[in-house]
Design a protein around this ligand. Structure first.
Ligand code: PXL
Length: 281
């Protein structure tokens, strides 16, 4: 019998709002992967549009969970990190990588969008996240996150060209990431949106574009990262994983457009059957 792949994802639980763990866990499970979790914080909702959310920092738990797992001799085929509860957690995750040596270290530096940090983060999250990205096999920032990490000034979607995205990708791999993929790329004058990746091993760029839908939905970065990570763990190439993830994200946005009451997240649940078909499961 074929061994089931086991992964761990480290990110927050937003109890309501469909992002981070409440997206990653169902998607990775649906993709047939055993998914362990380490929550970085517990929030009543995500911070993108709600007011008065609660926040419990779980920084102290991370080394304790890790120490117990080491005693149990647990191993992981991959690690996927997202939203962190504190800058110190980035260093703890670097220790986790050293101790467990997961097969694929996939980092979504979820900390910013639309040119600014998410509410609740201070500037200290940026160098911490940059250190974490430096030890990743794959990093998947949006353009805001990439510019914070590299120090190359932010330019809004539709206001840059290919050379700008390539310089961001090059800076990300020069900082240490083996591969980098920037999400939400839209060139000046283009009506398409997509992802561009760079592999430091061979200098190869891969790109994939889809239609640019006239809406911006919360939680799509988490849908994208979870799908791409899951596809890579299932043995898909980066090119295949980029495409699967982008197609799944666009389907999720389409499935949510017109549902006014669903402003806080996407109806990714409706799109699981199509994702499974795309994966050939
Ligand atoms: O989707 C990224 C994310 C994750 N977790 C929390 C957030 C956000 C984005 O706003 O607020 C708590």
């Amino acid at each position: 019998m074929q061994k089931q792949k086991r992964v761990v994802t480290i990110q927050d639980i937003s109890c309501f709002g469909k992002c981070s763990l409440t997206v990653a866990l169902p998607l990775l499970s649906a993709m047939g992967l055993e998914c362990a979790i380490i929550p970085t914080a517990v929030l009543s909702t995500h911070t993108g549009g709600f007011k008065g959310w609660t926040f419990r920092d779980l920084t102290e738990d991370i080394p304790e969970v890790s120490a117990h797992w080491q005693k149990e001799g647990l191993t992981f085929d991959g690690l996927y990190t997202g939203y962190l509860g504190s800058p110190l957690q980035a260093a703890m995750i670097c220790d986790f990588v050293r101790d467990f040596k997961p097969g694929l270290v996939f980092v979504d530096p979820a900390m910013a969008d639309n040119g600014k940090l998410y509410a609740g983060f201070s500037d200290e999250i940026v160098p911490a996240m940059a250190n974490l990205c430096a030890m990743a096999d794959m990093v998947v920032p949006n353009i805001t996150e990439a510019s914070l990490i590299t120090g190359i000034p932010y330019r809004a979607p539709g206001e840059y060209d290919e050379a700008y995205i390539k310089s961001q990708l090059q800076a990300l791999v020069e900082m240490g990431a083996k591969q980098a993929a920037i999400t939400g790329v839209r060139y000046a004058g283009s009506d398409q949106q997509g992802i561009v990746s760079l592999n430091s091993a061979n200098g190869e760029y891969v790109e994939y574009y889809t239609e640019n839908l006239p809406v911006s939905c919360h939680g799509t970065g988490d849908v994208y990262a979870s799908t791409m990570f899951g596809a890579m763990i299932r043995g898909k190439t980066v090119e295949e994983a980029l495409k699967l993830a982008a197609d799944n994200t666009v389907r999720c946005i389409r499935a949510t457009m017109g549902d006014e009451g669903h402003w806080y997240g996407v109806r990714f649940e409706d799109c699981i059957p199509a994702l499974i078909r795309d994966l050939g499961l």
